[in-house]
Design a protein around this ligand. Structure first.
Ligand SMILES: NC(=O)c1ccc[n+]([C@@H]2O[C@H](COP(=O)([O-])OP(=O)(O)OC[C@H]3O[C@@H](n4cnc5c(N)ncnc54)[C@H](OP(=O)(O)O)[C@@H]3O)[C@@H](O)[C@H]2O)c1
Length: 349
């Protein structure tokens, strides 16, 4: 099968080759993964989305470091191609999605049936691959950690990015007053079209001044919940906008700078700081993890959330998808998609 293989850590934006001099190389003779247990399922992948973590992982800068060589890639959707003898939830031909720790930049992947989620009728199979990590992170952060309430002011940084865009949508679903920060007119226009209450274009507006002016027009005291996947200077500025008893959701550091949140100010202002790592939920709260993905899939089927796919690439073009991530061009999600097979072979373990 075709797979993208990381044989050494390095820059994933360099075009993959088969000479193994680049971090990523395209293999056309990777072994198709075999079923590993009676409850395992092999999925023919239709679509896999890129997350910032995939970029960091190939660079060697992510907290989870798979042993080399590895096939990168985390969340994916596809069609069940083969099932183990004890599989009860799925049959060959079912549409599924999931998030793996690695391995989705390939034509096939094997997972235990409990790690897979049926993609309901009405959900686009390609879009479903964008959902588990980005939407799962924002859903748990806003609903279960911050317990966001209607009328609260939510400030989303990196609001047109992978996790930011879902945070905006989930904030609106929860009835929050949503302020979004993003760079450039294309991102700003999309966010406005989503009904965001105030959008700051960080390429030309001063974030503090713009947000303060908006709060004043609405007679609002400040920001109640900060959703922060960016870090650095933007976090430092955003802290100046928080109300007494605000909540800070520490999601990530796309700026490359881990921000300092002074404990003395957190004390005086009664702030709550939530560290939030979605990847730790399967091991620590599998029930919440599963319920979250099922609810998001049902929201997607009912049109409550929309997945914006800024571009789709073929596996051999993966470096271009990584370039979009690196150059902050992604609006929503960037995907790698595979052609439909001419026929699906049926087999059991
Ligand atoms: N905690 C968790 O469980 C979890 C889950 C998923 C992701 N994350 C983390 O969240 C962060 C964002 O991930 P993502 O998948 O949403 O990435 P993404 O799609 O690339 O979005 C990141 C956004 O950050 C903004 N940004 C601001 N300054 C930036 C800079 N200097 N470099 C790059 N981007 C910058 C960009 O928006 P503008 O260009 O509009 O400013 C961009 O849209 C990453 O650190 C990732 O590891 C954490």
């Amino acid at each position: 099968m075709e797979a993208l293989v990381c044989r050494k850590l390095g820059d994933p934006t360099t075009p993959p080759d088969s000479s193994q001099t680049t971090a990523l190389s395209l293999s056309t003779s990777q072994s198709i993964p075999t079923l590993t247990s009676p409850t395992s399922v092999r999925v023919r992948i239709k679509s896999t989305s890129l997350n910032y973590l995939n970029y960091l992982q190939v660079l060697g800068n992510y907290q989870e470091k798979p042993a080399l060589p590895f096939v990168p890639g985390s969340d994916y959707s596809g069609v069940v191609e083969s099932v183990g003898t004890d599989v009860t939830k799925f049959k060959v031909g079912d549409r599924v999605c999931s998030a793996a720790t690695s391995g989705s930049f390939a034509q096939f992947i094997v997972a235990d049936e409990k790690e897979l989620y049926g993609v309901p009728e009405g959900c686009d199979l390609v879009a479903a691959a964008a959902l588990p990590i980005a939407y799962g992170t924002s859903h748990v952060a806003l609903i279960h950690r911050a317990n966001i309430k209607p009328g609260q002011v939510l400030l989303v940084l990196g609001a047109a990015g992978g996790v930011g865009f879902p945070a905006v949508q989930i904030g609106k679903i929860c009835g929050a007053i949503v302020i979004a920060v993003a760079r450039g007119s294309e991102k700003v226009e999309l966010l406005k079209s989503m009904g965001v209450d105030h959008v700051v274009d960080s390429s030309k507006d001063n974030v503090i001044e713009s947000v303060k002016a908006f709060l004043k027009t609405r007679n609002l005291k400040g920001v109640d919940v900060l959703y922060d996947p960016v870090g650095g200077k933007l976090t430092k500025e955003s802290l100046k906008l928080l109300t007494w008893s605000a909540q800070i959701l520490v999601i990530g550091f796309a700026s490359g700078v881990v921000p300092v949140i002074p404990a003395n100010i957190a004390l005086v202002k009664n702030w709550t700081i939530h560290g939030m790592y979605w990847g730790s939920y399967p091991a620590n709260d599998q029930g919440l993890y599963a319920d979250t993905i099922k609810q998001l899939l049902s929201w997607l089927a009912r049109g409550l959330i929309t997945i914006n796919i800024s571009r789709s690439y073929k596996l051999q073009e993966a470096h271009l998808a990584f370039l979009d991530i690196r150059d902050r061009k992604v609006i929503g999600k960037v995907m790698i998609t595979f052609d439909d097979p001419k026929s699906i072979t049926c087999s059991r373990l």
